[in-house]
Design a binder for this molecule. Sequence first.
Ligand code: ATR
Length: 284
Amino acid sequence: MSRKDRYAVFGNPIQHSKSPRIHALFARQTGQAIDYQAQQVSAECFTAAVGQFFAEGGLGLNCTVPLKELAWQYATHKSQRAEQAKAVNTLALQADGTVLGDNTDGCGLVSDLTGNHGVALAGINILVLGAGGAARGIITPLLEQNPTTIVIANRTTDKAVALAEQFQSGGSSITGCGFGDLHGQQFGLILNATSASLSGQLPPLPLSILTEQGCCYDLAYSNTPTPFVRWGWANGAAKSLDGLGMLVEQAAEAFFIWRGVRPDSRPVIEALTAERCGTYRLTQ
Ligand code: ATR
């Protein structure tokens, strides 16, 4: 009997991760023989756990909260997008025994917005809420889509200003501010990259900052609409989405890095959407 190639997602907490299901669906769809498990790993145990995983024949890892910065440190070499994000969500063992670190979160977000939801990013004003790791990981892929401006707004203003400055060198129009500074501005797309949704909270946003036909997108996902998705509905968003599609798209890119085969993400997004649909509809 041939053994399946081993992959896993490390995180803490990890029990509700949808990644094993997503990769099982990709594997079935593409005929790839892989085994993908979720493993709870604390920050303290991260280096030892990754070393053991690869020593025992594992070929690739996804790393999620709170391990992405540690994965960035662990990787022997990194993709440009991972270097810019200073965070790694995908580790891939190379033929020479080194470990490549990549970050597929930002391209997963852009694929979901543009490919799955038809949201054009060129020539619009984008507001990114939050200035932590999740925000840092999406800025470069967003800038590559040529928006008119990106504004980063954060509870701690200094962090938003500092993050924006990191990306200004290429002549990009990107600025940082506090939530209170958003009065009078309007955006065609508002992305929630704070961790507020995870604790059922909402950043304090002024009303009227969304353009007519504007969209809202929460990088977090949940079986019930997040407070930010609800905020989008209440403020007339043409679309108010959560990060389920981004989750599947970042996984598809990781699968491609590991296997060299690009899965079709749409039927997987449809399957996961159908699985949560009853709960989602009930609470709208
Ligand atoms: P992640 O890796 O998920 O981005 P992080 O690096 O800890 O996590 O960043 C969390 C982000 O969510 C920060 O921008 C944080 O704001 P501060 O920098 O002011 O701490 C933001 N955040 C967390 N809870 C929030 C809340 N209740 N309201 C607004 N912003 C919040």
